[in-house]
Design a protein around this ligand. Structure first.
Ligand code: 4AD
Ligand code: MG
Length: 473
């Protein structure tokens, strides 16, 4: 057995009469008079292969084992299919069963199981239509992202996952420590004991890194150091946030794409973000046709229309102040009233993108109070050179800014916010030695996937989600 062989997706291109083998997992088997129909999938494409087993070709007790979930190889010959929906099928001459799946206990029996239920069996849901499609789109999106930046001469860099500095200054970090040990707790009669924690020391100096360390919330600060020497760089990696938000758009572990550009201002940053989203979405439209057709049909009507529209029309660009004016004058009743200075809620973002504009909107120049410390201060003393790209259905999909490159302004902003200067000494050095105007942004990869698949819950566009109370698998 070798990976160099034909996959299900290749079999559809073979001419009738060709001998072929098909490896995969059985979706369904249906027996009718003198013939059995098996739907087989190997995840290589959206379509299942139909396998025809004529009576007597496979021994009856072997055929019995070919049930939903079983893993098999069929050998046979490609034939023209008389049925609608597929050009060819495989007429089996023999079968090898790699692994049976007991129909009385296999959890993925029913068609139409809810996404909530499928999350509980996330280790098996890959075999269903929806998740195969999600993961293939996820794969293509990653490829398109790398290709977008590589074509433009951006260098892919890896920033640390464990860090001692809070990149967003928002304090939503997971501590990384070896001082904490889980022990078997006391067992009460008959009850299973639960693990309990014990601290080996209360002194951070005794810890693995000799000081408090955390999982990173963003690779931005380190990406900035790399841009200040390599000009255009990007990261694409996991980030972690210990926010206690159980919404359909938040994960505790998510993937972020973060380009950072020296000699670039907010205007250039917006251009990059718009070009980036259009090219990546366009690439997915071109390469994931069957998967997107499925999402369009089953998950989000008008998905294809929306995505094509996004690729073809310019994004709207508004300042925060203009957006607040539109929201106040729009005559819409919001749960959270709009006033200049508030952090926009998802109802406001959705109204702007869905009702007012009808396509993605880039909002800029937010009040400094609601944005991170590193954003460049505007002359008005009230706003910063921030930008959020908002998408219909999703709200914020990208967050970015031009960075504060002036040492004195940055230091006083950090101090003003009550953050310590110490952990940022190296970040401040960039402003001390050869500072340059620069800008960048972060795309939430799973938010992009929600957008392009039409899936409703962010837990369903990552293979294994981490959210408050959930770290299974
Ligand atoms: O707006 P954020 O917090 O920006 C940053 O982290 C900057 N350091 C990025 C940069 O300028 N290099 O996060 C960026 C994006 C958001 O727009 C959103 O799409 C996504 O990351 N995001 C999340 N996605 C899933 N779950 C969460 N809890 C997320 N928090 C942010
Ligand atoms: Mg943000």
């Amino acid at each position: 057995m070798d990976y160099r062989r034909t996959y299900v997706r290749d079999l559809f291109n073979l001419t009738p009469g060709t001998e072929a083998s098909a490896y995969g997992w059985v979706k369904t088997r249906r027996d009718s008079k003198g013939i059995s129909f098996v739907q087989l999938s190997d995840g290589s494409c959206f379509k299942d292969l139909q396998v025809i087993v004529n009576e007597g070709v496979i021994a009856a007790d072997t055929l019995k084992v070919i049930t939903t979930g079983a893993c098999v190889r069929f050998d046979g010959k490609i034939v023209a299919s008389p049925a609608a929906g597929q050009a060819v099928e495989l007429e089996a001459t023999s079968v090898e069963i790699f692994g049976a799946a007991d129909p009385t206990t296999y959890p993925l029996q029913k068609k139409g199981a809810s996404f909530e239920y499928l999350r509980e069996i996330a280790h098996l849901r890959t075999r269903g239509n929806s998740f195969g499609a999600v993961y293939r789109v996820r794969n293509r999106a990653s490829y398109a992202i790398h290709s977008f930046f590589q074509k433009r001469g951006f260098h892919y860099v890896n920033t640390p996952i464990i860090t001692a500095s809070d990149a967003e200054g928002a304090g939503a970090m997971f501590a990384v420590s070896t001082l904490l040990e889980a022990h078997e707790g006391p067992s009460t009669d008959g009850e299973k004991s639960k693990p309990v924690f014990k601290m080996k020391s209360m002194n951070p100096e005794d810890d693995f890194f000799g000081k408090p360390a955390y999982l990173t919330v963003s690779g931005q600060l380190e990406a900035e150091t790399l841009a200040m020497g390599m000009t255009n760089v990007y990261t694409f990696g996991p980030t972690f946030r210990a926010e206690n938000s159980s919404t359909s758009r938040h994960l505790a572990e998510f993937w972020m794409v973060e380009p950072e550009m020296a000699f670039c201002d907010l205007g250039g940053n917006m251009n990059l973000a718009e070009e980036f989203l259009k090219e990546v979405i366009g690439d997915i439209l071109n390469h994931c046709e069957d998967d997107l057709a499925f999402f369009n049909q089953r998950i989000e009507p008008q998905l294809l229309e929306t995505l094509n529209h996004v690729v073809d029309s310019p994004f709207e660009r508004l300042t925060y102040t203009e957006a607040v004016k539109l929201l106040k004058e729009g005559g819409e009743k919001f749960e959270y009233p709009v006033e200049w200075g508030i952090d926009l809620q998802s109802e406001h973002e959705r109204w702007l993108t869905e009702v007012k504009v009808g396509r993605p909107v880039i909002l800029t120049d937010y009040p400094k109070e609601i944005k991170a410390f590193y954003m460049r201060a505007n002359e008005d003393g009230k706003t910063v050179r921030a930008m959020d790209v908002l998408a219909p259905r999703i709200g914020e999909i990208i967050g970015g800014s031009q960075r504060e490159e002036r040492l004195d302004v940055l230091e006083s902003r950090i101090t003003e916010l009550g953050l310590p200067l110490d952990p940022y000494w190296w970040y401040l050095d960039l402003r001390r030695f050869g500072s340059a105007p620069h800008a960048g942004f972060g795309l939430g990869f799973e938010r992009l996937l929600l957008y392009v698949t039409g899936m409703k819950n962010i837990r369903d566009v990552i293979p294994y989600h981490r959210t408050p109370g959930h770290a299974e698998f």
